[in-house]
Design a protein around this ligand. Structure first.
Ligand code: SAH
Length: 279
């Protein structure tokens, strides 16, 4: 691993404009979640069965594909193949991306764009994250090992929480905008995913009552990673966050000891800003 490593405390200026490569895990052949589910009972999610088909009385969701039809599965496979081509090797992250119907997390008018590898508006000046970055951050967070308890800051529409639910035992997710917290609840409810807990609050404070977490993932960029979150990592735990304003980088923080963290700057990225407080 050729990384630039730093010890805390760190200023942003000490971490931006550095690049590094990571060796995450040996490359593995991409299998589709569909293949895995049908051919290998131990894969892709041994402890977490795939979400059942959407059953709802909500007319907006009454057809599982919101009009996209059978095509969505094929388009999703193609999207995942593109994400893999961009360098994501973690087969579990890729399988999770393939299993979650992203079009159910965007407005029906945008459903046809749901499998373009791009962020899309979800209202309140926020976006659903780009599939590549969701998979990439999960790959970094997992680092080839199983995840037990994961905290997400910035639930948004709930998409990444759904993907995380397939790679971690328990997922906690915090959203500061009440309307989006409610949107995530209504998006996720029909999928009946048992291991996600949604919280309305300021994610910069973390969730000390539920921690510590062996993975923390921020879906919004601050000028630095809030200290409260560093304290809520298990020793050996990993946090991945976008850091910066216009120029942003992905920052990986590993907790090495009670008072010791290591920070590594990874690739450039683009996220909505992290804000304090709730609205
Ligand atoms: N995870 C989402 C991405 C949502 S965009 C997905 O699956 O696509 C980032 C979200 O972070 C926004 O909804 C924004 O409101 C939220 N956010 C920003 N600052 C926050 C904070 N301090 N606490 C909790 N959520 C925050």
């Amino acid at each position: 691993m050729t990384t630039k490593e730093k010890r805390f405390p760190l200023s942003l200026s000490s971490v931006v404009n550095q690049r590094s490569g990571t060796s995450l895990q040996a490359s593995a052949k991409l299998q589709t979640a569909v293949q895995n589910a049908s051919t290998n009972p131990r894969h892709p999610f041994p402890n977490h069965p795939l979400p059942p088909p959407v059953k709802t009385n909500n007319p907006a969701l009454s057809t599982p594909d919101r009009g996209v039809g059978m095509v969505s599965e094929k388009i999703r496979q193609a999207m995942v193949a593109r994400v893999a081509q961009q360098g994501v090797k973690d087969t579990l992250a890729l399988a999770a991306l393939e299993a979650i119907p992203r079009h159910l997390f965007v407005e029906s008018g945008l459903a046809s764009q749901a499998y373009v590898d791009a962020s899309l508006p979800i209202g309140h000046h926020q976006t659903i994250s780009q599939p590549y970055i969701v998979a990439r951050m999960i790959e970094i967070l997992r680092n080839g090992r199983p995840l037990n308890k994961v905290l997400e800051i910035g639930t948004g529409c709930g998409y990444q929480a759904a993907v995380l639910s397939l790679v971690a035992k328990d997922v906690y997710s915090i959203e500061r905008i009440k309307a989006l917290h409610e949107l995530a609840k209504s998006n996720l409810r029909p999928m009946r995913i048992a291991n996600i807990r949604l919280h309305y609050g300021d994610g910069m404070l973390g969730l000390p009552q539920s921690g510590p977490f062996d993975g923390i993932i921020l879906a919004a960029a601050g000028m630095e990673v809030p200290h409260a979150l560093l304290e809520q990592l298990t020793i050996g735990g990993r946090l991945i966050a976008p850091v910066g304003a216009r120029q942003q980088v992905l920052q990986l923080i590993e907790r090495l000891g009670q008072q010791e963290w290591r920070s590594t700057v990874l690739e450039q990225c683009h996220f909505v800003p992290l804000h304090q407080g709730v609205i």
